[in-house]
Write a protein that binds this ligand. Sequence first.
Ligand code: IPE
Ligand code: IPE
Ligand code: MG
Length: 257
Amino acid sequence: MKITAEQHDFCASMNLDSVRIPKHVAIIMDGNGRWASERGQERVFGHMNGINSVRASVEAALRIGVRHLTLYAFSTENWSRPQEEVDALMDLLVSTLVKEVKDLESKGVRLRTIGDLTSLPVECQDQIAKSKESTKHLDSLDLILALSYSSKWELVEATKQLMKSGIDPDALEASHIDQYLATFGIPDPELMIRTSGEHRISNFMLWQLAYAEFHFTPVLWPDFGQDNFYEAVRDFQNRSRRFGGLLDTNHTMSKQG
Ligand code: IPE
Ligand code: IPE
Ligand code: MG
């Protein structure tokens, strides 16, 4: 889908090059707990406020023409948190989907997921299925929630499938592995953002981030707004991307228009 005149003008007003908007941005939304404790509140308060930043990121992605936005919402390792926090996160997921799905629909957002959904409570699975069904025809933005996701889980699952497929090991290529990943059909993220000042990827998209640019910000997730999103994309546009060669593909792309 081509960028609209409105998106082009908006990018220009934000000092962004509309030709070099990353197609896929992935975010490790981190720092909700710290945000809440800074305010003397329970961790769940931070998760609730983090929803505003999800909304802001979706809005920003739509305004500048990002096509895929992946949000790391719950990792395989997050199951080890206190049951009370896990339950609160699952409830928040259901209530947010119920509240927001109409708005997502009206904006042309298609909901997708990656992760082991079978491990989620049934009410979550049902609400996710309904929300996916009602948005499946939309194509302005793919909002991909990583739920009960970890990269090692995904790679183990892919390996099981590959072994069952009976493929000749000597014929194995990277594209065969791609086919069995939860992200099959989705282009790899060009930009990965992590909030809260942590500099690690916590078992997130290890394969898909092979050549992504990383933007780390100290901003805690509930404080992350549209301007922080545009700032990350500006940072991305200032990087030189060579993919092991010598040519700066990021900047030549702009000149080709
Ligand atoms: C991110 O915030 C949300 C999830 C991982 C579900 P955290 O809950 O990790 O907040 P901090 O990192 O403890 O501040
Ligand atoms: C990563 O954040 C997972 C999500 C954002 C869902 P964590 O807070 O769980 O990661 P660590 O424990 O700091 O690595
Ligand atoms: Mg954290």
